[in-house]
Write a protein that binds this ligand. Structure first.
Ligand code: CIR
Length: 255
């Protein structure tokens, strides 16, 4: 049974970092209800939940994915690219320590967990406004004992690698080709997002089910036609903070 680490929505979510979106009002009460429904969805898919209390002074703390990578042998605490997000890491480290040895990035490089797409033993790492080459090099050196292949992937036009591409089945990735070169992923079956839904490539695979935003029905139909079992969630308020379904949890599959 996977364990999912999540964190309650901060009262200050409306003051979140924004890179590609215009700021618009966020209904925090509604965001909390949607986040609770996301938690129930994960429970329904068999996840055991570890839930951190809200860190109200840290607007983006609900987006736990960016603060740590949970691999089979160890967890890596990242050094997020946005300085406002670095204080999120200590409490995530404390929550992960019962499950995995925790190693920490020290910098000066930066890396957000949202830029790391793991497929089997390969980690594709987006070169983004949050993750730089020094951060990727530090990740590679921290993981040297464990034998993961680390590949840097240039990005254009979106926040994180997993805004542009995520895994939706054992050999299939969902992709927006405008933001990442599909040639990087030519060993997989690629499913394109619907052109009317550019933000639709972020999906969360839990076992053989796909947690997927209700906001992208056209791409959801494409996924279903490829045999993917889609479970929809409404994260409209989180989306205004530039978040998606992967960024609200850290899955510890081996735990
Ligand atoms: C940020 O800009 O850091 C947050 N407002 C959104 C982070 C989303 N994280 C993710 O997709 N992994």
């Amino acid at each position: 049974m996977p364990t999912a680490l999540i964190r309650d929505v901060s009262a200050s979510l409306a003051r979140c970092e924004l890179t590609h979106l215009e700021r618009e009002p966020i209904d925090v009460a509604r965001a909390r209800l949607q986040h609770e429904a996301y938690e129930r969805t994960l429970i329904g898919l068999g996840c055991r939940i570890v839930r951190l209390p809200a860190a109200d002074e840290l607007p983006d703390a609900v987006f736990v994915e960016d603060t740590a990578l949970a691999l089979d042998e160890a967890a890596v605490l990242t050094r997020p690219g946005a300085p406002s997000r670095r204080p999120e890491c200590d409490s995530v480290a404390a929550a992960l320590e019962p499950f995995l040895p925790v190693v920490r990035m020290r910098g000066p490089g930066t890396l957000d967990g949202g830029d790391v797409l793991r497929v089997d033993r390969t980690l594709y790492v987006g070169l983004s406004t949050r993750t730089d080459r020094a951060g990727i090099a530090e990740l590679e050196s921290l993981l040297a004992p464990y034998g993961y292949a680390v590949r840097a992937v240039p990005l254009i036009g979106c926040l994180h690698l997993k805004t542009a591409v995520t895994q939706v089945a054992p050999r299939a990735l969902l992709i927006n080709r405008n933001w990442v070169d599909p040639a990087t992923f030519d060993r997989y079956d690629l499913i394109d997002v619907d052109p009317a839904e550019p933000m639709a490539a972020n999906a969360l695979l839990v076992g053989d089910r796909l947690v997927y935003p209700a906001a992208f029905p056209r791409t959801a139909d494409r996924l279903r036609s490829h045999g993917v079992a889609v479970v929809t969630v409404d994260l409209s308020e989180v989306a205004k903070a530039e978040g998606g379904v992967t960024c609200c949890s850290i899955l510890l599959n081996g735990a």
